[in-house]
Design a protein around this ligand. Structure first.
Ligand code: DGL
Length: 267
């Protein structure tokens, strides 16, 4: 048994959607969450910057004595996961491979759409993982940068969100995709809007749940689950004050937590 917390990081508050799934799948586990709110977005940055920021994020989590790290950010997972795995002496989990594997199992017509940030789409990481699972699957990608500010503004299901979703998703629908991966941690907040645009016959895949299941399997196999059933305490950190934190926190976790501000440049 390992009673230390699980570390989770994201470029900002979007990773709280992943945190919610981790809490649901491993209710005994303590969580330390870091959202790099001072430097969000990562999705418009280059690979080297994303990797440098991600290394600092992991170093901060290690300073909190975490037993494993979940890279909740799709952008960091798709650009920096291999580097993080080879650099740090702690199990590191990304969201891309679990999301790709899940979508590959679900698609019936073997046409999958991916919506994500510019940097995630540019990396080709989802496509690579899907092709590994089944090389006959066709993959269609679309960067949807405006979804992030819409979600942060709380405009998740209004007319502007809907028009934006229609514009972004039209090329994927034209290709006849039957499965769409929500390849950015903010997008689950827009889920009902996206679902209404793609229609009920298209399955939306949020990689968060499958990621949490994989982490639980790993911890279980390695005798690292926290098996105490005393209430798990969670800690939340951000690198800049944000009034988004409270709202996204209550939407994604259905509970309010207080975030502590830290200086990420010190790590
Ligand atoms: N959290 C990022 C992701 O999942 C989206 C926001 C950003 O661009 O930093 O890709």
């Amino acid at each position: 048994m390992d009673v230390r917390p699980i570390g989770i990081f994201d470029s900002g508050v979007g990773g709280l959607t992943v945190t919610g799934r981790v809490m649901q799948v491993m209710e005994n586990e303590k969580i330390v969450y870091f959202g790099d709110t001072a430097r969000v977005p990562y999705g418009s940055k280059g690979k080297d910057t994303i990797t440098r920021f991600s290394c600092q994020d992991v170093r901060f989590l290690l300073s909190q004595d975490v037993k494993a790290v979940i890279v909740a950010c799709n952008t960091a997972s798709s650009n920096s996961l291999d580097y993080l795995k080879s650099t740090f002496d702690v199990p590191v989990f990304g969201v891309v491979e679990p999301g790709a594997a899940e979508a590959s199992k679900i698609t019936k017509n073997k046409k999958i759409g991916i919506i994500a940030t510019e940097a995630t789409i540019r990396s080709g990481a989802y496509e690579k993982e899907i092709k590994k699972a089944d090389s006959s699957i066709e993959v269609f990608s679309k960067a949807c940068p405006l979804f992030v500010p819409l979600a942060e503004e709380g405009w998740c299901n209004n007319e502007i969100a809907r028009l934006t979703a229609e514009k972004y998703l039209a090329p994927l629908l034209e290709k006849g995709v039957d499965t769409v991966i929500l390849g950015c941690t903010h997008y689950p907040l827009l889920r009902s809007c996206i679902q209404s645009v793609v229609g009920e016959n298209v399955v939306l895949v949020d990689p968060a749940y499958e990621t949490a299941v994989r982490v639980r399997e790993y911890l279980n196999k390695n005798g690292m689950l926290r098996e105490e059933n005393t209430k798990a305490e969670h800690k939340f950190f951000v690198s800049d004050t944000t009034n988004m934190f409270d709202r996204i926190c209550s939407e994604a976790l259905k509970e309010n937590y207080q975030a502590t501000e830290i200086n990420i440049e010190e790590y």
